[in-house]
Design a protein around this ligand. Structure first.
Ligand code: ACM
Length: 544
């Protein structure tokens, strides 16, 4: 955060501590979950200028909210949270929270200005997402009301904030295949994502453990494929109906969050294989040589495109390990490999040729997704296909940093999800529970480790940097069954992920971030969330 000259109050750390204390005390006195002081708003705004010589803005008597038609959505969100009335035309006098469209605030989507003075709060943005983020900043600085009316005891200090996100892609991924997490749970997660200005929710909808979305043309995907999960293969079917998906998508859209569906293919498809074995290899991978496979996938992708209005469909593409498929012994796949091999290539059945089949599968997925009017996303293994299509590559394999450069050279966009920084299924601290497998060699994924990370890969030209869309933290759920454990893995790390995705650069010491996190942890706890406060909180999950 760049504090400008006038910002005397929060420069010294003692003053910062005092501000935290005073705000917590005021909130406690009113019986409310604590407010966050301006200096501790997360993610860190680009610039905060306190105006200590000016009077604060009080919520009593009630101000009016006014907004032009284009910003009514975010204005309504604020008005209903604070119990205020919204009008489109501002009255001549009276205290206001005024939204204004100001094209000069852009060009970055999500940019805003927030000015707090005694008579008026002014929120300026070039488009609604920016106004929505200004509202989130404002709401963080107010206590969370536990009872209507109590908020009126509060005022917001005079200040100026200018703010804009660094990255356009600020995401979380939730694996609902290994253990299913229902609509209400996802909505609660979307609520917190919105507070921290995250804007992509990637749902990993299928894997070996379960298929989690109803597809009308293939009912066995849910009657058979949705049965069971990672803990219990006999559990009854769990999946999202079309109405569930519509509810999630709409709830996310109200929070300026785009939902990205993933059907993981051609590997990781064991659940679909149980339902429609004729399109598979006898294990967990599609049969890439069977024409029916592509008709099946095309229909599934078509239904997916009608369920999810967002711009992207993720087709997985990860971990098609040769020893996990039967491709090397299937005559039709070997024939396909032979046809794909350049003359004089390796002998049939060798892994390189099977890899060509995998590449051909990826190529067809990208084309099919494009045909359905969406942009394809694949995990970074898909770079081996050498595609030059307009698509997004999601980098996860930290031991393959070249994948980012290859994707960018191929003209593609990249989302960063390296396992050693952003995999939220890994432990948050030494000796704590979490996934024990691949990539987890660099120590726990602590808040400090996340915020110490400068995500932009080195050695990129400006044009390539512009195609690094941002970052996304995956939460795989082999171990995550309950909502309490889900919350434990998400909070407070969600705020650290948001910080790295939003702030200008890796510019704050991890200790400073941890300090700024304190009032957020107190607030989450007051809301009843099972946030990890310290290592001691891990005890209950050691035997989870
Ligand atoms: C992955 O973790 N297999 C993308």
């Amino acid at each position: 955060m760049r504090f400008k000259k006038k910002s005397k109050i929060f420069k010294a750390s003692w003053a910062f501590g005092l501000a935290l204390l005073l705000s917590a005390a005021a909130a406690a006195a009113a019986g409310l979950a604590p407010a966050i002081p301006a200096a501790a708003v997360l993610p860190q705004p680009t610039a905060v200028t306190m105006q200590p010589d000016q009077a604060p803005f009080a919520l009593d008597p009630k101000p009016l909210v006014t907004a032009p038609a284009a910003l009514v959505g975010p204005a309504q969100a604020l008005a209903s949270r604070l119990g205020l009335s919204l009008t489109e035309t501002a009255p001549k006098s009276g205290r206001l929270i005024r939204f204004e469209l100001d094209p000069s605030v852009g060009p970055v989507v999500g940019a805003y200005r927030l000015q707090v003075r005694e008579a008026q709060i002014t929120i300026s943005a070039a488009e609604p997402a920016g106004a929505f983020y200004a509202v989130q900043t404002l709401l963080q600085m107010l206590p969370k009301a536990s009872a209507a009316g109590k908020l009126s005891q509060f005022s917001i200090p005079a200040l100026d904030i200018t703010d804009a996100p660094r990255f356009v892609w600020r995401g979380l991924m939730l694996d609902v295949a290994r253990h299913f997490h229902g609509v209400e749970r996802v909505k609660r997660m979307l609520d917190q994502m919105a507070v921290y200005k995250l804007n992509r929710l990637h749902l990993h909808l299928s894997d070996d453990s379960g298929w989690r979305v109803a597809i009308k043309a293939y009912p066995l995907l849910t009657t058979i494929g949705a049965r069971g999960d990672y803990s219990n293969p006999k559990r009854g079917a769990q999946f999202y109906s079309a109405a569930d998906i519509r509810a999630i998508v709409a709830y996310a859209a109200e929070r300026y969050i785009e939902v990205v569906p993933e059907i993981d293919m051609p590997g990781h498809s064991g659940a679909a294989a149980r339902a429609y074995p004729e399109f598979f290899d006898g294990r967990v991978s599609f049969n890439p040589a069977h024409p029916g496979t592509y008709r099946f996938i095309d229909t599934v992708l078509g239904e997916l495109a009608s369920l999810f209005p967002g711009r992207y469909i993720h087709f997985g593409g990860d971990e098609v390990w040769i020893d996990k498929t039967r491709w090397g012994e299937m005559p039709d796949v070997l024939a396909m490999a032979r046809d794909l091999s350049p003359a004089g290539g390796n002998s049939v059945g060798e892994a390189p040729q099977i890899k060509r089949v995998e590449a051909e599968f990826a190529r067809r997925m990208v084309q099919m997704i494009k045909k359905h009017g969406r942009i394809a996303i694949g995990w970074d293994e898909v770079i081996a296909a050498g595609l030059t299509d307009d698509m997004v590559v999601q980098w996860w394999r930290m031991d393959h940093p070249e994948a980012v450069h290859t994707a960018l050279k191929q003209g593609q966009a990249v989302v960063l999800s390296p396992v050693d920084r952003l995999y939220l299924d890994y432990p948050a601290g030494l000796g704590e529970p979490g996934a024990p497998w691949e990539g987890n060699t660099g120590g726990p994924i602590s808040v400090e480790k996340i915020v110490a990370w400068e995500p932009m890969p080195v050695g990129l030209q400006a044009e390539q940097q512009a195609r690094v869309l941002g970052l996304e933290a995956p939460l795989w759920t082999e171990n995550v069954r309950s909502e309490s454990y889900l919350e434990y893995m998400l909070y407070p790390r969600l705020a650290a992920v948001a910080e790295v995705a939003w702030r200008e650069q890796a510019n704050s010491a991890p200790e400073t971030f941890v300090k700024r996190l304190e009032p957020h942890i107190a607030r989450w706890k007051a809301q009843g969330l099972n946030v990890r406060g310290s290592r001691d909180d891990a005890n209950q999950y050691r035997v989870h």
